[in-house]
Design a protein around this ligand. Structure first.
Ligand SMILES: [Cu+2]
Length: 174
């Protein structure tokens, strides 16, 4: 039996839970016996026991938080794409992103309200981000399929709105 990684953590968590459950049942049993008068216990002692277990539980929970974070895989390096929209075009830098890698789009506008609507190679809308002047909107996305993705403005922005279309590439991961 392997006692490291998620399996070990799970087994240890189960063991600790069973121990605590056992202790709780033990206390309950003693309390019930006490209630019948066989074993009179002062309230102070019960309070101390309760406090002790509350502290133990809190300590275990807090320490497991750090532990859970250590189990988490390292955050993958995201590539950043700058998107600037204006009447009626886009600047997208860079124009190609890798597939199966998180991409952070940083979207803004130079003049008025536009949007950055991204369609996959089958012309299905994946997402849209508002492009606002004086504000940078961020969206994190992971593309799975390589290909040509179409960008359309989905926020009416004047007579050239319908022509506000461009493309970028999603390339197979090297
Ligand atoms: Cu538009």
């Amino acid at each position: 039996m392997r006692l490291e990684g998620p399996d070990g953590a799970w087994i240890s968590a189960l063991g600790i839970s069973l121990l605590l459950l056992g202790a709780a049942f033990g206390l309950l049993w003693r309390a019930l016996r006490g209630a019948r008068g066989d074993l009179p216990r002062p309230w102070v002692a019960r309070g101390l026991w309760l406090g002790l277990f509350a502290l133990l539980g809190l300590g275990l929970n807090l320490s497991s938080l750090r532990w859970a974070q250590a189990e988490r895989p390292q955050a993958e390096e995201a590539s950043t794409v700058e998107v600037v929209a204006w009447t009626w075009n886009y600047r997208i830098v860079p124009r190609s992103v890798p597939a199966d890698t998180p991409v952070v789009f940083r979207v803004s506008s130079l003049d008025t309200l536009h949007s950055f609507g991204v369609y996959d190679p089958h012309n299905r809308l994946l997402f849209t981000v508002m492009a606002m002047p004086g504000h940078e909107e961020r969206l994190r996305f992971r593309f799975t399929d390589p290909g040509r993705y179409t960008v359309r403005c989905l926020e009416y922005c004047g007579v050239g709105h319908g022509r506000m279309v461009t493309e970028f590439l999603v390339e197979r991961r090297k």
